[in-house]
Design a protein around this ligand. Structure first.
Ligand code: 2BA
Length: 146
């Protein structure tokens, strides 16, 4: 067991741990499911943010949400991919954080969510905080404490 009592770690600034918006794969809410599936497949990520044209965060979309939405009674209805829009399928019930969120709170949310979207007061998308970045930092802290 190890202890996580490093004040510097628990009170760290969210800004130091975010992947900035320009490096985050995303889709627009009006995109077709076909486009979203292409972006998900090409980026290799299982879930990515959905934005509006003003770069405000709208939701999250994953490959499984897309597959689920085109499942017919007996077969997968592939022709629905270019008919349905991302906004009809995306998840909107997920927590977000801001640059002012306490690091401790973000750490707790990352237990249940592989990444957290960071937004400003007006809902503008600023980037994501991922489990990988936090685990990497934690790993560094453990080694420097040794
Ligand atoms: P997943 O796509 O399920 O990825 C789980 C983990 O697999 C990632 O953890 C990362 O360590 C690795 N991984 C997957 N695809 C990768 C790729 N194309 N390049 C490098 N590593 C890859 P985290 O880095 O902690 O990311 C957690 C979740 O955050 C990802 O879950 C994905 O949904 C999202 N994510 C991370 N970086 C992203 C980005 N640049 N754009 C969009 N979404 C991102």
């Amino acid at each position: 067991m190890f202890s996580l009592h490093s004040k510097a770690f628990l009170e760290a600034n969210i800004a130091d741990f975010i992947i900035p918006s320009e490096k985050v794969a995303h889709v627009q809410r009006a995109n077709t499911l076909e486009h979203a599936l292409l972006v998900l497949t090409k980026s290799g990520y299982s879930s990515i943010p959905v934005l509006d044209p003003q770069f405000r965060l709208q939701g999250l979309i994953s490959s499984s949400m897309i597959t689920d939405s085109i499942l017919g009674l007996e077969q997968i209805e592939f022709d629905q991919l270019d008919k349905k829009k991302v906004e009809e399928v995306m998840d909107t019930g997920f927590p977000t954080i801001s640059l002012q969120t306490q690091f401790k709170k973000a750490l707790k949310l990352l237990i249940d969510h592989p990444f957290l979207c960071v937004v400003d007061d007006e809902g503008l998308f600023e980037g994501i905080m991922t489990r990988r970045v936090i685990l990497k930092q934690l790993n560094q802290n453990l080694h420097s404490a040794e």
